[in-house]
Design a binder for this molecule. Sequence first.
Ligand SMILES: [Zn+2]
Length: 89
Amino acid sequence: MSEAKSFNCPNCGSPLTADGPAREIKCVYCGSSVIVPEELRDSARRGTPQQQQRADEIVERLIVVTDPKEEAKLYAELDAIENGNEPLK
Ligand SMILES: [Zn+2]
């Protein structure tokens, strides 16, 4: 059984399907912009296993980080990984 990339619109509860690497899709039922859950995005599984692991670490860090500067740095690194660019060391 193949896993359908579907989830429910947080606004109206209608079933939506994640399509490709899009971070955000428009709900066809209520017209609101919906953030696609990380694990349903194609880009979330792009890159090397090391990059994927690093991305997972960053996502976990972002949950606990409170310093806006560090948060911005982590987001930049995550973006770089998702875009296939090595972050500057
Ligand atoms: Zn909706």
